[in-house]
Design a protein around this ligand. Structure first.
Ligand SMILES: Nc1ncnc2c1ncn2[C@@H]1O[C@H](COP(=O)(O)OP(=O)(O)OP(=O)(O)O)[C@@H](O)[C@H]1O
Ligand SMILES: [Mg+2]
Length: 294
């Protein structure tokens, strides 16, 4: 077996034709410029989803791209990491998903210019159960996001470590999925399940949903294991793996406790540099129309 674990089936999910729904076709015909919505997802916990949401969004904002982070996780780590400590009085995405409240009404402006946040809080745990009774329960977030798509260039959705109804709502709302994978043995455990879910969503909802890219996180060039995982991933996923790897970097782990992205906490760190590079790749994808609008 390769260092990544079972990987043979994953290539099935790559390179299939993308389906566009009628609304997206209309927008493309009309030449409307709408946000690229990227779900950052992996049901495995602690692989760097939130770190990527915080720092990729900051790097995009620094590159003058209007960017929105939607915290879709009841742990609310992206909310805290972007400078908004827990506050029971603050309304969150939970209120919007279950009430007739537009997302815009709870949107927060972050310290960095061009960067905005839809915050989460622990109440969101209940939403998984409560939205089951709503009509078209997988589409709730997608519909709520629609009015914001023309205002932003990038919308990043920080997903919970699960494939529950919240994560499905994020995937249905997204144009593409960025999958962070930690450099470790069995790194790909669960990725087949995630990609299989993407395929099913695409078919069932007749939606565009591309793979934005696979991102190696906590990479340590000095270890054989990191290098082997990287080589195996490249063998299986080819160009779907981002050229940028995120190194293991203590500044990335420290920054959230200061409520800052690493790009402002320590702009010269290797972590900051790697997320700047990742932002360049993501911007290039959008410009070339790689993925959702290919
Ligand atoms: N490149 C890195 N170098 C060092 N530490 C990192 C790096 N990326 C993430 N971490 C740390 O690893 C932990 C998990 O990261 P993170 O919270 O981003 O993962 P996650 O996938 O969002 O987790 P969860 O599944 O619980 O939402 C955090 O403590 C974070 O600070
Ligand atoms: Mg997280």
């Amino acid at each position: 077996m390769c260092a990544c674990g079972r990987a043979e089936t994953f290539s099935l999910a790559i390179g299939s034709n993308y389906l566009l729904d009628s609304e997206q076709q209309w927008r493309i015909k009309a030449g409307c410029d709408v946000a690229r919505v990227i779900a950052i997802a992996n049901q495995k916990g602690g692989v760097g989803k939130t770190t990527t949401a915080i720092n990729l969004s900051a790097a995009l904002a620094i590159a003058q791209k209007e960017t929105l982070v939607v915290d879709c996780d009841p742990q609310a780590n992206a909310t805290g990491g972007l400078g908004f400590p827990k506050d029971p009085a603050r309304r969150s995405i939970y209120n919007c998903l279950l009430q007739k409240l537009p997302l815009e009404s709870i949107m927060l402006k972050c310290q960095l210019e061009h960067l905005f946040l839809i915050p989460s809080d622990k109440n969101l745990v209940g939403a998984t159960v409560e939205i089951i009774d709503l009509p078209e329960r997988e589409q709730v977030l997608r519909r709520k996001l629609e009015p914001l798509r023309e205002r932003f260039e990038f919308i990043l959705l920080d997903c919970p470590p699960a494939l529950d109804l919240l994560a499905i709502n994020a995937l249905v709302a997204a144009d593409s999925v960025l999958v962070p994978i930690q450099c470790e043995y069995f790194a790909l455990e669960g990725v087949s399940e995630l990609l299989d879910t993407l395929m099913r969503i695409r078919r069932a909802q007749k939606l565009t949903l591309a793979v934005e890219g696979i991102l190696l996180t906590m990479f340590d060039e000095r270890t054989n294991l990191s290098r082997q995982v990287r080589d195996d991933l490249k063998d299986f996923f080819g160009s779907q793996v981002f050229s940028t790897f995120i190194p293991r970097n203590v500044r990335l782990a420290e920054a959230p406790s200061h409520g800052q992205p690493v790009l402002t906490y320590d702009p010269r760190s290797s972590g900051a540099e790697s997320y700047r590079q990742l932002a360049e790749e993501v911007i290039a994808h959008a410009e070339k129309g790689v993925g959702a609008r290919a």
